[in-house]
Design a protein around this ligand. Structure first.
Ligand SMILES: Cc1cc2nc3c(=O)[nH]c(=O)nc-3n(C[C@H](O)[C@H](O)[C@H](O)COP(=O)(O)OP(=O)(O)OC[C@H]3O[C@@H](n4cnc5c(N)ncnc54)[C@H](O)[C@@H]3O)c2cc1C
Length: 462
């Protein structure tokens, strides 16, 4: 029977296994599939801790619904009833001159949907708003060469809007400096809108008019994001081995030998590496030095999240509990990138008398902070919360999660890098790569590409 091994038990690895199993049973093809995961649990960056009626997310807290793949996966897993909507998403604040000011209600995928939305942006000066509004006069343009996100956004919205609004949003999403990130890889839809209409504000206004989605923009699961992982593992008819670190793969006459850290060998006809590219580099080196060198080119930044629980009665009356949280522009040189009011964003996260605040640390300039001892990190966050939100009481508890090299950077040229990768891979039959290092960092992107990988394996092997 054909043996397929998936290395890495994050969302990408588990989804590949799930769809592989589904496609094979539809085709009536025999298959054994196993997943090898180095840590003691599956889920990778999807970590949910549940205790005393609290649900705390260590990594992702939600998925975007404009990309269909997670919604489809939930349908295929029959867990649509477990999804919960975000309470509201457009009420983020920005720290501006030591004050929290509302971002704007009228943003669609981060782009103002009208000139009124720009006018409402209290974080911008009058001149900043005028610069941003000038976007509506930009003519259509075909962006053939890749461009960095910073140049693209400045060209449309000006320097002030870029520094005050977009740089902090990008840091929050990618943990990265927009000066390096690729517009072609991360926002091909914006490149397409620019090609068709020039102005992003005008094109978003048209898109919004046509949009009929009833879905909230973000969703999560009642028991936290790990509920998706549990549903996947419950429905997998394959052997999931945890605490199994893979160190290398060797080519054999009949396929591949996968070697674990205890030097045990496991045969496979095909191998899916659903590990971050920085880990895959080492595993793959014995098979293809070319591939290892290419994989080594992708850069990562580190980040950490600290969730703190506060009794509502201990918090200052000035705290705006209707906000989802706030972002901090780089130029303010703070030690946190921003905070989410986690128990306001989603229901079922904390008892009613407790507020969960999740602070984000690290990113492009401050990855080094992620390695600080826990008490120092906590002090640093407490100091910022005291300064910004005037919270001076001790939290009931805190939970820290560190993500060393957790954020892959899709730098300018990422698409060319992928082409080179695919050309090397085409000479390595039976080897597949998937996960957040390649075709999108969000969970919907990982799920989408995992499904494509399963389809490709099914058509290559059967
Ligand atoms: C703080 C944070 C917040 C985020 N928030 C969101 C969000 O709200 N929404 C969203 O859509 N995305 C979010 N993301 C991004 C998203 O979580 C990730 O891109 C996605 O979970 C990556 O999934 P993956 O399966 O590709 O990789 P991972 O989750 O990294 O899984 C890879 C697995 O491979 C295992 N592994 C590595 N090396 C080996 C080896 N040698 N042998 C065996 N196993 C190995 C690892 O232990 C891990 O379990 C966030 C990321 C972070 C860090």
């Amino acid at each position: 029977m054909t043996q397929i091994t998936i290395i890495g038990g994050g969302i990408a690895g588990l989804t590949t296994a799930f769809y592989l199993q589904k496609f094979m049973s539809e085709k009536n093809c025999p298959l054994t599939c196993n997943v090898m995961e180095m840590s003691d649990d599956v889920g990778g960056k999807i970590v949910t801790k549940k205790f005393d009626n609290f649900t705390v997310e260590g990594g992702p807290d939600s998925f975007i619904t404009r990309k269909q793949s997670v919604l489809d996966l939930c349908r295929d897993l029959d867990i649509e009833d477990k999804q919960i909507p975000i309470n509201s998403y457009n009420d983020f604040h920005i720290l501006s001159q030591n004050k929290l000011v509302p971002l704007s209600q009228g943003l669609y995928s981060g782009i103002p949907e009208s000139l009124e939305s720009v006018y409402e942006m209290t974080a911008l000066s009058f001149a900043g708003k005028v610069q941003m509004m000038a976007d509506i006069f930009l003519p259509p343009r075909l962006l053939e060469q890749d461009e960095n996100l910073a140049d693209f956004l400045k060209r449309h919205f000006g320097n002030e809007a870029f520094e005050t609004i977009y740089a902090p949003i990008m840091a929050g999403i990618y943990g990265a400096s927009p000066e390096k990130l690729s517009i072609h890889s991360l926002y091909p839809q914006l490149v397409e809108l620019e090609r068709k209409h020039g102005s992003l504000i005008n094109s978003i206004a048209q898109l919004k008019g046509k949009s009929v989605s009833k879905n909230p923009v973000f969703k999560s699961f009642k028991n936290g994001m790990h509920e998706l992982i549990e549903s996947l593992t419950n429905q997998l008819d394959c052997d999931i081995k945890t605490n199994m670190q893979i160190v290398t793969i060797k080519k054999t006459q009949s396929g591949y030998d996968i070697v674990d850290s205890k030097n045990q060998r496991h045969h496979a006809d095909a191998v899916v590496l659903a590990t971050p590219a920085c880990n895959t580099t080492e595993i793959i080196a014995d098979i293809s030095d070319n591939l290892a060198q290419l994989l080594n080119k992708i850069h990562y930044t580190s980040s950490a999240t600290i969730t703190l629980g506060y009794k509502l009665s201990d918090l200052p009356a000035s705290l705006d509990l209707h906000s989802s949280g706030f972002l901090i522009p780089f130029k303010q040189n703070r030690n946190i990138m921003g905070c989410a009011l986690a128990s306001r964003k989603f229901n079922y996260r904390a008892p009613k008398d407790v507020l969960l605040i999740r602070a984000f640390i690290g990113g492009p300039e401050k990855s080094h902070l992620v390695s600080l001892p826990e008490d120092e990190l906590l002090n640093l966050v407490n100091k910022e919360l005291s300064d910004i939100l005037k919270i001076n009481c001790d939290p009931l508890f805190h939970k820290l999660f560190r993500w060393h090299n957790g954020n892959p950077q899709y730098e300018v040229g990422h698409r060319d890098w992928l082409s080179s990768l695919n050309s090397v891979l085409s000479r390595l039959p039976g080897i597949y790569l998937t996960g957040s290092s390649y075709y999108g960092i969000g969970i919907p992107d990982c799920v989408h590409h995992a499904k494509i990988t399963a389809e490709k394996i099914a058509s290559d092997l059967f």
